[in-house]
Design a protein around this ligand. Structure first.
Ligand code: HEC
Length: 131
């Protein structure tokens, strides 16, 4: 009897594990959302650097590079959206702002704040139209 109970418990916990594994596989984040979340994370990280007064240039460049990598795939992740020409224009402006930021040296928090503003306005510009 005890073995039978153990067997039942084993089967039960095993099937729970299988259900958990299957739902983990199914909860696939849509790629376009994933791209946006990566960009949001980098903007948030730079905001945090600014808040804490630690605006290390190497760290900021790392964040901006990741932002640029994600931004380079925005069109591929979203199109077609209807007005594709407008979308591409707005995503192009974001990429241009990131490229400018990559070419601009930043040594302090004031410069980082300006960079965030220069980039962030293009997030808003597209969200106002397409989100
Ligand atoms: C060219 C257009 C465009 C640009 C530029 C853009 N976004 Fe988005 N973003 C969208 C659209 C469209 C959605 C809505 C996606 C959806 O509903 O699935 C969105 C959604 C989001 C979301 C919500 C994602 C989710 O989990 O559903 C976040 C966060 C986000 N954007 C952050 C950013 C940040 C940060 C930037 C700038 C660095 C940015 N976006 C620039 C078009 C853009």
């Amino acid at each position: 009897m005890r073995y039978f109970a153990m067997l039942l418990i084993g089967l039960f916990t095993g099937s729970l594990g299988a259900v958990a594994a299957m739902s983990a596989l199914k909860s696939d984040v849509p790629y376009n959302d994933a791209i946006m979340v990566v960009m949001k994370h980098q903007m948030g990280a730079m905001h945090g650097m600014h808040e804490s007064g630690k605006c290390d240039a190497t760290e900021a460049n790392h964040r901006i590079a990741l932002l640029g990598a994600a931004a380079s795939d925005v069109d591929a992740a979203f199109l077609p959206v209807g007005d594709d020409a407008k979308f591409k224009e707005l995503s192009g402006k974001l990429r241009q702002a990131i490229a400018t930021a990559q070419a601009t040296p930043r040594g302090d928090c004031a410069a980082l704040k300006k960079t965030m503003g220069d980039i962030g306005q293009h997030c808003k510009a597209c969200h106002d139209v397409f989100r």
